[in-house]
Design a protein around this ligand. Structure first.
Ligand SMILES: [Zn+2]
Length: 266
């Protein structure tokens, strides 16, 4: 049975040993749970950094081998999964954070309304966890998960997101930090998925994650922590326009790998 984005909410809940959000599917990524058990001996994860690079799908794996290797260095557990349909950002992240299929959570278009369904953020808050969402201003994540008792940081662009997330890890006032980057997605729509600009953006995303992972190793020394890299969908070349696009059920749009790593034995 293949996983899709809905595995995430149940998996995070299991790792932190909290009640999952109301709509979350039951399926977890078994390899992630097994690795957590082996590193942390069954004790709950105390700090989680989720890095969500927009549109970094498996379509890039052959072109960006060094970047994927860098991600794996810090987050070696690989989960193969599929995006949901339509494979567009607001729909995919709604499935990631609610744990539910689009037909269940109801957000199925390129719109950015506030998600009123129960999400992993709500589940974390109910369990007394302190949550920070660090995103690019105006992005779907920035707008759709508002009106919760958590700390929102909407930044100018990816580098400011990284900087803010690093500061938050240093300050150590959050149990869960979500950091979102969008440069690759922005550029694929302006050029094509494997343009020089796009490949440079992929490199920036991997490097950004590596910096965050190094900061976790440094600032979270006293905690059992986990790192997750959770892109939303891939992309393909639209031959009609000569530019990149996504949203279809092509494997290039749908095939994903998520990466997980665990720090500090129990
Ligand atoms: Zn996206």
């Amino acid at each position: 049975m293949s996983l899709d984005l809905t595995y995430f909410a149940a998996t995070v809940s299991r790792l932190l040993q909290i009640e999952p959000p109301a709509l979350a599917a039951a399926g977890v990524a078994a390899e992630v749970i097994a690795e957590a058990r082996s590193v942390h001996a069954g004790a709950p994860v105390q700090r989680l950094l989720v890095y969500a690079p927009d549109a970094i799908g498996v379509h890039l794996a052959d072109r960006c081998t060094a970047d994927f290797a860098l991600i794996r260095q810090h987050a070696p557990v690989e989960v193969e999964l599929y995006s949901v349909m339509p494979s567009i950002t607001p729909v995919c992240f709604a499935s990631l954070f609610t744990g539910a299929a689009p037909s269940v959570h109801g957000y199925q278009a390129y719109e950015k309304p506030i998600v009123r369904c129960d999400t992993i953020f709500d589940a974390l808050l109910r369990a007394g966890k302190r949550v920070a969402i660090v995103t690019v201003q105006g992005s779907s994540i920035d707008l759709m998960y508002r009106e919760r008792e958590l700390d929102y940081f909407s930044e100018q662009y990816d580098p400011q997101v990284t900087k803010r997330a690093l500061k938050l890890m240093e300050a150590d006032k959050h149990d869960f930090i979500l950091a979102y980057h969008q440069q690759y997605d922005d550029l694929l729509h302006q050029t094509e998925p494997f343009s020089a600009e796009c490949l440079a953006a992929c490199r920036s995303h991997a490097a950004g994650f590596a910096r965050l992972a190094q900061a976790a190793a440094h600032y979270w020394q006293g905690y059992r922590y986990a790192l997750a890299v959770t892109p939303d969908h891939g992309a393909h070349l639209d031959k009609a326009t000569g530019r990149g696009t996504h949203g279809s059920d092509l494997p290039a749009d749908q095939a994903l790998k998520h990466f997980w790593g665990f720090g500090n034995p129990a």
